[in-house]
Ligand binder design. Structure first.
Ligand code: FCB
Length: 446
């Protein structure tokens, strides 16, 4: 199927990017004074990572970054989203900085600027220093202060050159999956911990905004959320109510306080004793005005009423006969339109940046060194068509960042899931643009 889609269908100043994160690509897990992160620790525990792997080498981006930035430039993107590994610059989480770690990010940012790539820096993409976890991690309010000190260090150092900052990536994942579901680092299993962790992450975001602006003149600051359009499995009143309950924790729990509405009352009531401790002034801090909302979109969810389905009394159900990625995630470009128009209708953020969108499939590297990833290519094209539709409907989206530049360490799935526009051969560290990457390159060059 050919899709009529041109770069010129989008605003001329649109940001076209690729997205990456430190832990998933850098490797060099113990190099040059880097401290241990909660993900290093998690990987060392048997049974945590599906293929038993770790990210000590990953894509070896720490050493190969010039060639990776060359690849991004060759794609034709004008923005590059990356994250800082907190334990690389503060091995103990706070206190003495590691000059070698800071110098690495200096070189990386300079490398982006030399190649015409606008640096978009995420401060926290899940690799908390293990030393802070030993003091409670995000469940402890002290981690908020540590995050602010870390933010100050990084923005003082890079704030003259980095003008786009994302405080946190996907608090739902770092807190709910990390402190309640036990499937991400640090592997916690208490709902109340996860909810308190969410509160501290949001608080640290809000308090960091003015700090970032102080050290990075003219900076644009935002937070990135993982958001999902949610449908009810049927029209029954029970399923519709379950949909609203699920939406409460999945989406509104973050969107409401960030937009000055505090935590949703219905969700608070369902959480009961697991509701967060909120100090005076916290909600005002969380609602500090930002310049954009980062949205990561992968798939929609469908929900059924389930009295035994946890505090939200809801259960996810799969739609039959729909297209799915290798992860089993439903492919739904319409879901992106639904999600963006809903955010716009309910919250009116000044600007939205689509900071991640992508798909995983079982790629095959041919003997000729090609990857004919037709499904990923089609996913990418159709989501861009959906994005164009959302923009035409008035949603102020100003950028799109494909997840991801490279195949990489996909958290609890290890190296089993490939999301890259470029294939990585982990034995040789060779990168090859897949057909999806070649298409993105052609699209961007028109
Ligand atoms: C998102 C994460 C990103 C990557 C993609 C597939 O939830 O932000 O690091 O793992 O999913």
């Amino acid at each position: 199927m050919s899709i009529a889609l041109r770069r010129s269908d989008f605003p001329a100043d649109f940001r076209w990017g690729v997205s990456t994160s430190s832990f998933q690509i850098e490797g060099a897990g113990q190099a040059d004074g880097k401290g241990e992160s909660i993900w290093d620790r998690f990987c060392s525990q048997p049974g945590r990572i599906r293929d038993g792997s770790n990210a000590l080498v990953a894509c070896d981006h720490y050493h190969r970054w010039p060639q990776d930035l060359d690849l991004a430039r060759a794609l034709g993107v004008n923005a590059y989203r990356f994250s800082i590994a907190w334990p690389r610059v503060l091995p103990q989480g706070r206190g003495v900085a590691n000059e070698a770690g800071l110098a690495f990010y200096d070189r990386l940012v300079d490398g982006m600027l030399e190649r015409g790539l606008d640096p978009w820096c995420t401060l926290y993409h899940w690799d908390l220093p293990q030393a802070l976890q030993e003091q409670g991690g995000w469940v402890s309010r002290d981690t908020v202060g540590a995050f602010l000190d870390y933010t100050e260090l990084v923005t003082r150092r890079l704030g003259d050159r980095v003008k786009h900052w994302i405080t946190h990536n996907e608090p739902w994942c770092s807190c709910i999956m990390g402190y309640w579901e036990g499937v991400h680092a640090p592997g916690g299993t208490r709902l109340a911990d996860a909810i308190q962790a969410c509160h501290h992450v949001l608080l640290s975001h809000g308090q960091a905004v003015s700090l970032i602006r102080r050290h990075s003149a003219g900076a644009r600051v935002g937070i990135t959320l993982s958001l999902h359009p949610i449908a009810a499995a049927s029209d029954s009143a029970e399923d519709l109510a379950a949909m609203r309950r699920h939406d409460g924790l999945r989406n509104r729990w973050f969107l409401d306080p960030l937009h000055g509405r505090g935590y949703p009352e219905d969700t608070l009531a369902l959480l009961g004793a697991a509701a967060p401790h909120v100090a005076p002034g916290d909600l005002e801090a969380i609602a500090t005005a930002t310049d954009f909302l980062g949205v990561n979109y992968y798939y929609p969810e469908r929900v059924q009423d389930d009295p035994a389905g946890g505090p939200m009394r809801a259960r996810l159900v799969e739609r039959d006969g729909v297209e799915r990625t290798g992860f089993g995630w439903e492919v739904s470009p319409e879901g992106l339109v639904d999600l963006l128009t809903r955010i716009q209708r309910d919250y009116q953020p000044p600007v939205i940046q689509l900071t991640e969108n992508g798909s995983t499939f079982d790629d095959v590297l041919t003997p000729e060194g090609r990857v004919h990833d037709q499904q990923r290519l089609s996913y990418l094209q159709r989501h861009l068509v959906a994005l164009r539709q959302a923009i035409a409907a008035g949603v102020p989206v100003q950028g799109y960042f494909a997840w991801s530049l490279l195949d990489n360490f996909e958290w609890a799935e290890g190296y089993l899931r490939r999301f890259g526009l470029a294939h990585v051969d982990y034995a040789t560290q060779q990168r090859v643009l897949k057909d999806s990457g070649l298409w993105y390159q052609r699209f961007l060059s028109e």
